[in-house]
Each structure stands twice: as structure tokens, then as C-alpha cells.
Design a protein around this ligand. Structure first.
Ligand SMILES: Cc1ncc(COP(=O)(O)O)c(C=O)c1O
Length: 363
């Protein structure tokens, strides 16, 4: 196995090394059953216990209030772009939803929701290529809407909502795919929070959905069973064969996070990691950050170099130095360092040194 690789990919992303090691060690024999986790029944006692344990761990780690339900939903984050409107846009006769367009994923989510109701894009930051979070004003909220939707951390652009908007009686729906469990959040402020698992939770293809229980039960009868949150809740996410492996990995990641001191502790480390890289950008006359300083993400750090040639040389050189997957998304260009919970400080230090040396020799 290659040593000393720091993977800065946006997702699927680096998971904690001790978790990856444990998966390898346990893979042939899950809980002394003589079979692998991917070979046992999702209805076995052993799996069931693990599912309950995973719920309990998540609940404890985020201090989830009792009136919220945890669902493990197929199809990753994008599937929820459809599932959310299907499940709750019909709560009110206007079948209306309010979207804040802070990036590509927010725009895609709004476009998907248009298939099921009336979508209002309340504010957007497309004019500045999503380098900031659009302005939130409480007076813009149309009270006949069924929900308000935001993407809390914008993976491609490196921005985040530092404060969650106060939407009053309108349920706030949050796509927290690229920052779940990275900072303290008061879940009582959310109607629904969801996250594709492939960054801070586990493997891709599954989303963890947290929903306030009074929002269950509004899906029309023709909603596909596997997109109906109420059925997920009633069947404890086992209406069909779930992705047993994904839930197992989420379970291990949650245990790892608990061992790190939980969200409050990892948030401090994440802030330190991000500040370290932003300082390199701010002290440089060479790199330019994409995100407006007041809207910077602590999970995705986006920046560019003075020319495409230098960018290519930077990406090649960093890859050769074991700092991988730093290429930015095509809609922003440049480079992006995704520094989720599992990225150790040593990886940040290695990247910062490389960036400084590259600037010294190429600037
Ligand atoms: C914020 C956000 N939302 C949605 C998605 C889409 O996730 P998925 O590929 O699981 O559908 C991503 C993927 O990176 C994301 O970063």
C-alpha cells in the first residue's frame, strides 16, 4: 500500500484511517458469524442491533431531540432532491417551496422540485459564481410555502452558511452533505436535514435523513415506496434490502467520532485546519481564494493560480508529492482541498508547505 498519501478529494472522500483498517480486519467475519457484513441478512439479530446502535450513536453525537427520526435512504443526496418535494411540498395547498440558490447543487435541487410544485428561488449568488451565500431576509419568506431549502455547505464553491437562517414557522430543509458532523448544529432548528454519506459518514449511494416527525405523512399515495419517508420510518429503513455495508461503515465512523470527543471537539480541529490553509491564501500574492472571506467553508477550500499552465503544474506536482485529488470542480476551475473530518492536521501541514514552496519557486 502507498504510504503518506493525503487524499483531498471532494467525495467519495477520505474516511478515518482506523475505520478503514477495522473494516479490513473485520471484513471476513462480522461479529463471529463466520460471514462478512455484506453476506448476512439485513433482518438478522446482529444487523438489527447494529442499526439501533447507529441510530443511538447519531442521536447522542448531535444531541438529537426526541421528536426527530433518523432514516437511511437509498440513492445518495441527489435522490433527496426529489424525495423532499415529494414528501412535503404538498403540506399546504399552494404546494410551494422556497429555495436559496447558493450553488449547483441548490440549483439542481430547485429544478427537481419544480416537477412537484411551485418553486420560488428567493435569492441566488450566480452573478458572482456562487462565491458567497445569497442574502437571507426574513421578510422574503412567503408564508404559504411548505418549506425553505438551503445547501448549508457548498462543496464546489467552498462556501457555507455560517449561521442557519431563522425561518420561523416554515420548516427549514438543509442539504448538509459536505459538512454533516463537522460543526455543532442545533437540530431543533431543522425540519429536515440530509446528507449523502460519502464525505463525513461512509460510502456513497446512501443518504442519512433526519426529519421532524410532524413532517411525515404528507407524501401523496403515488409516491414510490422507496422514496416515502413515512414508510422508511415505519419500517426502520428496512422496507427492502438496505445497503448493509454503508450502515456498518457509518456505525464505525460514528464510534470513531465519539472517540475523538464528538462534534464539538472535531469542530475546533476543523476550524484550525481550515484557518491554516486560508492563512496561506491570505498571505500569498500568488493564490486567489474563490470564496468571499465572510462565507468561507471549513470543509472545502477553493483557490486558483495565476494561469492554467501553473495550475496544471501545481496539480501534477502535488499529486507526485502524495497530495492527491486537488483539482477543482469544472464550474469553478482552479484547485480545491476538501478537508473533511478524517483529514489529519499532518495532511494540512503537508499541503500548506507544498503550496508555499510552489509559490516560492513559481511565483
Ligand atoms: C452539497 C451536495 N449535495 C448533493 C450532492 C450530490 O450527492 P450524491 O452524489 O450522493 O447524489 C453533493 C455531492 O457531492 C453535494 O456535495
Amino acid at each position: 500500500m502507498k504510504e503518506n498519501i493525503y487524499n483531498f478529494g471532494a467525495g467519495p472522500a477520505k474516511l478515518p484511517s482506523p475505520v478503514i483498517k477495522q473494516i479490513q480486519e473485520e471484513f471476513l467475519d462480522f461479529k463471529n458469524m463466520g460471514s462478512s457484513i455484506i453476506e448476512i441478512s439485513h433482518r438478522s439479530k446482529e444487523f438489527d442491533e447494529m442499526l439501533y446502535e447507529t441510530d443511538a450513536l447519531f442521536k447522542e453525537i448531535v444531541s438529537l431531540p426526541d421528536n426527530y427520526r433518523i432514516l437511511y435512504v437509498h440513492g445518495g443526496a441527489k435522490m433527496q432532491f426529489s424525495a423532499i418535494p415529494m414528501n412535503i411540498i404538498g403540506r399546504k395547498p399552494a404546494k410551494k417551496a422556497l429555495y436559496y440558490e447558493s450553488g449547483n447543487f441548490a440549483r439542481m435541487a430547485a429544478n427537481e422540485a419544480k416537477k412537484y410544485g411551485n418553486v420560488v428561488t428567493v435569492a441566488k449568488s450566480a452573478d458572482t459564481n456562487y462565491d458567497r451565500i445569497p442574502e437571507f431576509r426574513k421578510e422574503d419568506l412567503e408564508q404559504d410555502a411548505s418549506y425553505v431549502y438551503i445547501t448549508s455547505n457548498n462543496t464546489l464553491f467552498g462556501t457555507r452558511w455560517h449561521e442557519f437562517p431563522d425561518t420561523g414557522d416554515l420548516p427549514l430543509v438543509v442539504d448538509a452533505t459536505s459538512e454533516i458532523l463537522s460543526r455543532k448544529m442545533d437540530y431543533s432548528k431543522f425540519g429536515i436535514l440530509f446528507a449523502g454519506a460519502q464525505k463525513n459518514l461512509g460510502p456513497s449511494g446512501m443518504a442519512l435523513v433526519v426529519i421532524r416527525e410532524d413532517l411525515l405523512g404528507y407524501a401523496p399515495d403515488n409516491t414510490p415506496e422507496l422514496l416515502n419517508y413515512k414508510i422508511y420510518d415505519e419500517k426502520h429503513s428496512l422496507s427492502n434490502t438496505t445497503n448493509t455495508f454503508a450502515i456498518y461503515v457509518i456505525n464505525l465512523v460514528l464510534k470513531w467520532l465519539k472517540g475523538q470527543g464528538g462534534v464539538a471537539a472535531i469542530e475546533k480541529i476543523n476550524e484550525k485546519k481550515a484557518a491554516y490553509l486560508y492563512q496561506v491564501l491570505d498571505e500569498s500574492g500568488f493564490y486567489t481564494g474563490h470564496a468571499h472571506k465572510d462565507h468561507r467553508s471549513i470543509m472545502n477550500v477553493t483557490f486558483n493560480l495565476p494561469s492554467p499552465e501553473l495550475l496544471n503544474r501545481f496539480l501534477k506536482g502535488s499529486g507526485d508529492a502524495g497530495l492527491t485529488a486537488l483539482k477543482g470542480h469544472r464550474s469553478v476551475g482552479g484547485a480545491r482541498a476538501s478537508i473533511y473530518n478524517a483529514m489529519p492536521m499532518e495532511g494540512i501541514e503537508a499541503l500548506a508547505s507544498f503550496m508555499k514552496e510552489f509559490e516560492r519557486t513559481n511565483g
